[in-house]
Every structure is written in structure tokens, then in C-alpha cells.
Design a protein around this ligand. Structure first.
Ligand code: TRP
Length: 357
């Protein structure tokens, strides 16, 4: 991990890690390898304080299907817990269960420059797309939610005075904006907010999808981690079937293969030990059939995720247990957020007129 921005936080101050997971879509192997597994592992191996949350108020910015928002929140909560997130160790909550967050977002909106938001990549990309069409309002289809997205994200982070925020490369600008928003508030009113630092993993592998392009929901080329939420279909069989569909070249089984040119090998590397990888490399070089390579890949992935899948199925069948865990997380989160919002309100001049008995 490298910190994208220099932060004066010195080593003796405990780190507070916070990250949000947008509640749209179904987790796939790329999400597992690139985000879920490393986040859970890094917390297990450290003394850092950690806040992980389901960003459902961010989810509704890009998804207008209530059923999908609801289902996806459930699926993502069950996935992270099944993959080993310990809700006793990590404060794990749903953004919408912490009403202080959108309240703080409003307060921050009132001192955040509109010009700062004009420069946000996501917003600019939408405007640029409109400008390419003739006779179209540059802001067509752009909601205030999309425009103000970075302010809500700043509220998520500043609410808990997070020091470190693990994110994908595309989110670095949002963390920079959160620093900017915090600095403005601190300067205008009172030193209240910690300036957060983005943590981006430079050597995180990006998995290739079924069609040879980067594995991504938008390409429809993913391998779902625990199936695609169809109770009629066995998730393990579905994963096997998906792996069998990975595109390969037309080399014959006995021909020597270049492992570094194969999506199957690349995904294998994300699951196997260095010794297993070396052994598999040798098998490619001495000729392995694609069918056999795919079977080996399936076995490798399945041995890691099968126990998680069982727990996932259990949680999905038991939403009450999930809800209890999330409520426990919300209670823990609100112990911080109530105090922090109160401080922010006092700083801007909103407080009781007198103490009533
Ligand atoms: N915008 C982030 C993403 O799309 C999700 C997110 C929302 C987030 N709030 C956050 C990430 C706060 C880190 C911190 O990935």
C-alpha cells in the first residue's frame, strides 16, 4: 500500500481506517480479489481502528430500482460478513442508519465551493458526454445527488475523523476533495476535522473477465462470487460453468502455452501460493489443455470460497441475523457521529438557547 498524499499524521497516532461500499450490483471475483479480501486481511493483521459501511445513500445516485438497492444491500452485507469481516472488530454499518451523516453533508455543503464540485471527474464526464451531442443541455440527466456526491462522501469520512481511506484509483480525487472541504471548515469555524489520506494499492491485480477485457459489471463479463442471486441455480455449479466460458486461444491441448498470456493463469495467480503458481507455470509451458487448466482454476478458487459460500447462504436465508449485526454497527457508529455532529453544529452557531431541566 502506498499513501497517495503526504499526510502529517505521524506513526504514533493510531490509524483510523474507513471505507464505503456502494450498494449496487452483485460482488464478483474481481471485487473479492481487489477489495474484499485485502480489506478484511489488512484489518485482521493490524491494530488499526476500522469503519466499513454500506453506502446506500450513494447507491441511490446511480440506481433507481428500489428492489435492486434493497437486495444489493443485503447481498453485500452477507458477502463481507461471510468472507470473514468480524463485526466485533470492525464497526460495520449501513450509511442510512446513521442520520447524522446526511445532516453533516448539508452543513458541509454550506461551506463547500460549488466550483470544487464542478471539477469532479464523474460530473465532468457526464457534462462532456452531453456536450458531444447537439442541442442538449450540458446538465441533462445530471442530478444534484451526482453533483454533490463528493460532499456526502466527505461527510462519511469526516464524521469519524478517519485518517486513512482505502479506495480504488478512481476515488482519489474524492478523498482530495474531502481534505479540501475539511480544511475550509476548519479554517472558517474551528479545527474539528482530520484531513484524510487516500490509500491505494499499487500492485493490486486487476482481474481479466470472461471475454479477455477487465472484469467489470459494465462489460457483463464477470464471475459472480456467490452466484447471481438466483435461488434456482446452484452457485457452485454456476461458478464452474462461468470458468469454463473464459475465452482462450485455439492451441491444441498438448501445445506449450504462454501462461502470461492467459486469463486463466492470471486468475489462478490471485488464489494460489507462490509454489503452486510456479508449478502451474511449468504445466502451461509443457502443455496443458485449456479444459484441464480451467478445472484446476475452479478447484483452486472453490477451495477458498466454498466455506464462505456456505456462510453466505446461511446469512441470506436469515435476514434477521444480518439486520441485528447492522443495528449493532449503527449503534457503535452513532456513538461517534452524535458527538461529532453536535460539535459541528455548535461550531456553526446551532445550539440550544438555554439548558432546560
Ligand atoms: N464512492 C465510493 C466508491 O464508489 C464509495 C464510498 C462512499 C466511499 N463513501 C465513501 C469510499 C467513503 C470511501 C469512503 O467506491
Amino acid at each position: 500500500m502506498t499513501d497517495s498524499a503526504k499526510n502529517p499524521t505521524n506513526d504514533s497516532t493510531p490509524r483510523r481506517i474507513l471505507t464505503g461500499i456502494t450498494t449496487t450490483g452483485i460482488p464478483h471475483l474481481g471485487n473479492y480479489v481487489g477489495a474484499i479480501r485485502p480489506a478484511i486481511q489488512s484489518i485482521q493483521d493490524s491494530d488499526d481502528e476500522a469503519f466499513f459501511f454500506l453506502a446506500d445513500y450513494h447507491g441511490i445516485i446511480k440506481c433507481y430500482d428500489p428492489q435492486q438497492i434493497h437486495e444489493s444491500t443485503k447481498i453485500i452485507a452477507a458477502t463481507w460478513l461471510a468472507c470473514g469481516l468480524d463485526p466485533e472488530r470492525v464497526t460495520f454499518y449501513r450509511q442510512s442508519d446513521v442520520p447524522e451523516i446526511p445532516e453533516l453533508a448539508w452543513v458541509l455543503n454550506c461551506s463547500c465551493a460549488k466550483g470544487l464540485m464542478n471539477r469532479a471527474h464523474a460530473y465532468k464526464a457526464s457534462v462532456d458526454a452531453n456536450m458531444e451531442k447537439n442541442d442538449v443541455d450540458p446538465d441533462q440527466g445530471i442530478t444534484m445527488g451526482l453533483f454533490g456526491y463528493p460532499v456526502l462522501m466527505a461527510a462519511d469520512i469526516l464524521m469519524f475523523n478517519a485518517t486513512h481511506v482505502p479506495v480504488g484509483r478512481d476515488q482519489i480525487q474524492h478523498i482530495e476533495m474531502a481534505r479540501d472541504i475539511a480544511g475550509t471548515f476548519n479554517h472558517k469555524y474551528k479545527e474539528l476535522f482530520t484531513l484524510p489520506t487516500a490509500m491505494v494499492d499499487d500492485d493490486m491485480p486487476l482481474l481479466t473477465g470472461l471475454d479477455g477485457r477487465k472484469m467489470s459489471k459494465s462489460y457483463g463479463n464477470t464471475i459472480p462470487l456467490f452466484g447471481d442471486n438466483n435461488p434456482q441455480v446452484d452457485a457452485e455449479k454456476q461458478m464452474h460453468k462461468a470458468i469454463m466460458k473464459i475465452v482462450t486461444n485455439s492451441q491444441l491441448p498438448e501445445e506449450a502455452k504462454n501462461p502470461d498470456d492467459s486469463a486463466i493463469f492470471e486468475i489462478y495467480k490471485a488464489f494460489a501460493t507462490p509454489a503452486e503458481v510456479a508449478e502451474m507455470r511449468a504445466r502451461y509451458e509443457s502443455g496443458i489443455g485449456w479444459g484441464e487448466a480451467k478445472e484446476a482454476l475452479f478447484d483452486k478458487i472453490n477451495s477458498e470460497v466454498a466455506p464462505f459460500r456456505a456462510r453466505y447462504n446461511e446469512l441470506m436465508a436469515n435476514p434477521k441475523e444480518l439486520e441485528e449485526i447492522l443495528q449493532m454497527g449503527a449503534e457503535k457508529a452513532r456513538r461517534h457521529s452524535r458527538k461529532q455532529l453536535d460539535k459541528a453544529r455548535r461550531a456553526i452557531g446551532i445550539k440550544p438557547l438555554a439548558k432546560l431541566k
